[in-house]
Ligand binder design. Sequence first.
Ligand code: BGC
Length: 343
Amino acid sequence: MNIIKNLFKGNMNEEIGEYIIKNDHNLTISILELGGIITSIKIPKNNEIIDIVLGFDNYDNYFGKHPYFGAIIGRYANRIGNGTFCLEGKKYELKRNNGKNHLHGGIKGFDKVIWESETIIKKNEAQIILKYLSKDGEEGYPGNLQVYVTYTLTNNNELRISYKGETDKPTVVNLTNHSYFNLNGEGEADILGHFLTINGDYYTVVDENLIPTGEIKKIEGTALDFRKREKIGRRIKEAGGYDHNYVLNKTREELSLGAIAEGDKSGIIMEVYTTEPGLQFYTGNFLDGTLKGKKGNFYNKHYGFCLETQHFPDSPNKPEFPGVILLPGEVYTEETVYKFKWN
Ligand code: BGC
């Protein structure tokens, strides 16, 4: 196990760290203190190095406009309808950055802030521990929220992402990571030939603004059915591109298998385990070929997919969904594991 730290300059000339972690099988992951962004996941396969996440070659581009490549999303991942919610009788107004809705933590979410960091190396794992204090009122949210996100790379070829949070006032929390994967290698082509299995029998129905109506429906008989290994592209047109929250099959908040994806050309497999109740499957529907990614490649529609483990969208306004309220004295903890397999 090995960790290297590089420094680069931010907008205000401040020094920002980039970590490169490598395990004993040469699986290499790069992470920035900016937004906790995963900028690369490099898999050594047949004397080739396959980078399986979308992003940029240049640090500067991560400060510009991009669709949350690789970033930590918070304080609330996904949408909150009308950017408002009530908590203990008080109404909170959040920043609206997606029409009239609040998306992925607002205008300056956890994806755009600089995190403090420390590292731990053990025999079979190496960790980057990121820490951020989200102040009371930030983007409209109540309470000072101290957040820790730990990225652990193991010699079992797992990337474990552990989330922890504590608040001094009642608040809502829902954190995720927004990596765009292309298991055949980023920038090469779209992901429509990939195979996918999702361990979810139900999804949350949404309105035209992608806000859940509250209804939870069976995926059986729809283009959302990935209970059996299926090509992503098979029914994607019918689905209008995937951007759906699956209700994962589980009875307890335990780490359980959420999804398995497989690059049809590379044979690289990624298993996703999570403690979360939901999984947003998003197929990069809004990528439009204007973003120049690594090696000068332009990212077209469906060039990457996200598997965002999370609580359901708009849960602060849906008391019937699993709860997202964090009270003082409680500790928010969630974990997601991406396990990579190749030969
Ligand atoms: C959401 C999409 C959104 C995208 C932004 C995804 O998590 O589900 O609706 O457009 O993030 O990059």
